[in-house]
Write a protein that binds this ligand. Structure first.
Ligand SMILES: NC(=O)c1ccc[n+]([C@@H]2O[C@H](COP(=O)([O-])OP(=O)(O)OC[C@H]3O[C@@H](n4cnc5c(N)ncnc54)[C@H](O)[C@@H]3O)[C@@H](O)[C@H]2O)c1
Length: 429
């Protein structure tokens, strides 16, 4: 069978955005005003409607005109939510059917990680702007291909690492203080990630339920029998689809480490670590882990996963003090004393990108064509840190990373793990 690319799918006659029949006038009029002319409203197709997809849907509900999920029960539940909000959406099981529609401006992708790259790349090629959930990619080569698709097609691509748009500005304040030298020279950054929340016991393989198009759920991932505990939500803990809590939470907290260190277009130069794995192999990704990343300027990033690790979130340690930041708050010490109101400290020289709404920033950028706060390159670099950690844990070796050439130096077997074959007929690009 020839490889499935967006072009071959369109030529096959299986697609046909035109037949979707989304009359612009009907949808735009139905969307209502709300201070924004209906004719100016960005029209979104939301792809992947499980836990996070439903949450994303709420954030942009006024913009959504089309829905896609390979699970018809998730699709109809989201369609019912949208109908309650006053929009009768187009609903499909195959995202490629939406991409040629002139009535869709952008796509919001909340599929499992193994689908992020293809959906993003195909949407960019179809001229749609994209919001893609974190972690941006399943492996490093995918991320670089996603950046290329965004740039080649001049698309706005926001990565769903929404801590950058914290409405309380905790993460931005922490990173601005660090960048402006409030702690003096940074020596160490510590990131504490949670362990797996996988619920045992495992269940045997079986027949996929009638509501799930399992072949399309698998997509580019290796063929294997259906298993309830490898699909919805729990895909996170299996290498074929994700990278465990390392990529799930690392795409938030290692992303903040990268932001604070000013490494948005680069990364560490070496990584090593060790992990423990579930002895019954109910899940494949680590149960606990410790990793050490070193940056070219000598800063050391220590990352723990699971119990007995560093405090949850990101802690910057400098010559003069520390800043710990997570979703519960920002705590700063100087000379061992807690700083009463770190938000009031001056951060004169380096001002970071301000966004108080991750989806709102994406929609604004679609109109202004400015890069979003967590642009695809940033998402790719942060995901790369996560993936490098996993490769070090899986090989058990210290790796040398070249952040310019994006290669692992002197270890061909580890370097081969930067890429993965896709199941036929899927093809990256
Ligand atoms: N930003 C955040 O804070 C945050 C929080 C949770 C999850 N996420 C991310 O969101 C993504 C989804 O996670 P989840 O917990 O919602 O998973 P989930 O399993 O609950 O939902 C995924 C949905 O995608 C559907 N799907 C799978 N393949 C598809 C395809 N080819 N086309 C259309 N739909 C497809 C599934 O049927 C399912 O409904 C993950 O990448 C995860 O990392 C982000």
């Amino acid at each position: 069978m020839p490889p499935v690319t967006r072009r071959s799918f369109l030529q096959s006659g299986l697609a046909g955005g035109a037949f979707l029949g989304l009359p612009t006038s009907v949808y735009r009029a139905a969307l209502g005003a709300d201070g924004e002319k209906p004719s100016e409203r960005v029209r979104i197709a939301s792809i992947g409607l499980g836990g996070q997809g439903k949450s994303n849907l709420k954030a942009v509900i006024k913009n959504v005109v089309a829905l896609c999920d390979v699970d018809s029960s998730h699709l109809s539940s989201a369609a019912a939510d949208l109908e309650k909000a006053g929009t009768k959406p187009v609903a499909v099981g195959d995202y490629r059917k939406l991409l040629d529609s002139k009535d869709i401006d952008a796509v919001l992708i909340s599929t499992p990680d193994h689908w992020h790259a293809l959906t993003t790349i195909h949407a960019c090629q179809a001229g749609k702007d994209v919001y893609c959930e974190k972690p941006l990619s399943l492996f490093v080569t995918e991320g670089r291909a996603m950046v290329k698709a965004a740039r080649d097609n001049k698309r706005i691509v926001q990565t769903g690492s929404q801590q950058r748009s914290d409405p309380h500005a905790r993460f931005r304040t922490a990173c601005e203080l660090v960048r402006n030298g409030a702690l003096g020279a940074i020596k160490t950054v510590k990131v504490g990630l949670p362990g797996p929340n996988f619920q045992g016991p495992p269940v045997p393989d079986g027949k996929p339920p009638a509501n799930l198009d399992y072949e399309l759920w698998l997509g580019p991932a290796p063929q294997r029998p259906y298993n309830l505990k490898r699909t919805h939500y729990l895909f996170r803990f299996f290498w074929d689809y994700s990278g465990g809590q390392q990529t799930n939470f690392g795409a938030h907290d290692l992303d903040i480490a990268q932001w604070g260190l000013g490494m948005d277009d680069s990364g560490p130069v070496s990584v090593e670590g060790s992990a423990t794995f579930n002895k019954d192999k109910w899940f494949e990704t680590p149960e606990t882990a410790k990793q050490t990343f070193t940056y070219a300027n000598g800063v050391v990033l220590l990352c723990s996963l699971g119990s007995g690790g560093y405090p949850g979130g990101t802690t910057f340690e400098g010559e003069k003090g520390t800043i710990h930041v997570n979703r519960s708050g920002l705590t700063m010490t100087l000379g061992g004393q807690k700083v009463a109101d770190p938000y009031k400290l001056p951060t004169n020289e380096t001002k970071l990108y301000v966004s108080g709404s991750h989806h709102g920033n994406w929609l604004d950028c679609i109109k202004t064509r400015k890069l979003p706060i967590c642009d695809v390159e940033i998402g790719h670099r942060s995901a790369t840190v996560c993936h490098l950690g996993n490769i070090a844990l899986r090989t058990g070796r210290k790796l040398t990373w070249d952040p310019v050439g994006e290669t692992i130096v002197g270890d061909p077997d580890a370097a081969a793990m930067l890429n993965r074959p896709y199941r036929q007929p899927w093809k990256l690009g």
